[in-house]
Design a binder for this molecule. Sequence first.
Ligand SMILES: Nc1ncnc2c1ncn2[C@@H]1O[C@H](COP(=O)(O)OP(=O)(O)OP(=O)(O)O)[C@@H](O)[C@H]1O
Ligand SMILES: [Mg+2]
Length: 450
Amino acid sequence: MAVALASVAATTRSILLRDTDQRINGLLAQEAGEFANFEEQGFDPETGRPFTDPGRLLRVFLERQYADLDEELIGLVGEAGSRPTQIIQQREIPVGRPLHQDADARRRIYASPHSTGTLDRPEGEIRWAKVTVARYGGEPAAAFVVAFHPGREQARADEVFRVLLAISGVALLMTTGIAWVVAGRILKPVRLVRTTAAQLTEQDLTRRIPVHGHDDVAALAETFNAMLDRLERAFATQRRFVDDAGHELRTPITIVRGHLELMGDDPAEREETVRLVTDELDRMSRIVEDLLLLAKSERPDFVTPEPVQLAELTADVYVNARTLGDREWVLAEVADREARLDPQRITQAMVQLAQNAVQHTTTGQTIRMGSRSDGARIELYVADSGPGVQARDAEVIFERFRRGTARRGVRGSGAGLGLSIVRAIAEGHGGRAELRTTEGGGATFVLTLD
Ligand SMILES: Nc1ncnc2c1ncn2[C@@H]1O[C@H](COP(=O)(O)OP(=O)(O)OP(=O)(O)O)[C@@H](O)[C@H]1O
Ligand SMILES: [Mg+2]
């Protein structure tokens, strides 16, 4: 704003100065023209004949003229460069020193070979025009000079410039004050957001920013509060996860310690204890492996996709799954196309699903597997003919350490990490894992990758 105001003032000043300049040029040209005319066509009023003496010509002309403000009309007679005879007409010239009192300036103008010019004197600038009278030949020579003192007009332009600058300064101060107050008001809620954010800690995420009105700042506060809600939920989930993991790992430790403390000397009993302890340790190491896998799933390199023939992958998974249990395994269909996915991770997920299917079926029951594609979308599924998943469990079984209510608490069942791994792998591929009900009972788990 300061730059804009200063340039407005400077532009105004230069426009005023240019106007003055043009007016002075016009004035000088007009006066010089009038004299040239008179010199050409004028008659001596006493004789009624053309002039013969340059001094008389100048005197008669100047007697009839009235000089404008800041203007001097002077006739100079005499040898060029010498002190000329002078006839003067002028009005008050308040700025600087008038030309009729400045012999040196007069001599310089009189001697100049040009017909117009600007004379820079310490006492003030003079703009002048000159018409030399040469028609009478020989001596004495003469000249008509019109001189203008632009000082007053220039001073007026400077005055306007200074007034504009002063007004700009006041305007700048006022707007600065107003902007300060307005900016303070606008930033107040932002400051509140900042202080609230600074007060938040991992332990206390309960603080929220009060929301007033419907403006952008209110929207910011709402967004911030929503982010805090998500953070709070995420921290809660994290805490529960750590609690659950601790609990899941402590149980086998307690069991192992109990077995070892109670172990007697009977070889058969010892053998039984070793078997039970090994079982528990296997279970523990499975949980630890699953937890490590889930931790890894948060990393960007969890899934490394490559072009894979779906038919081949489905067949491989099917062959792997068959070894999991004595069931009626059916390869229902295969999608015959290429897809970009991570074959190891997809196999891992499908094996988890097949394991679950085996756990929820008995010998001889059917488990169907397959893959199909629909446009860009690929589906890989495992469908069993077991009891299926209860409606109220459908949402939670994909969460970590969550098992279905039907079998909760039964030792020997899994830790509840399998489906979380399946979901992490699906999401790593930009897809999702879903539960669908199979006609005729049973559960169908589908990996959908777009
Ligand atoms: N095919 C299925 N039929 C019926 N219920 C199932 C099936 N698959 C999973 N579930 C239910 O979902 C729950 C969670 O499964 P998930 O694979 O995550 O854990 P898990 O099998 O209990 O343990 P883990 O896989 O870690 O050994 C299971 O406890 C079970 O209640
Ligand atoms: Mg499982």
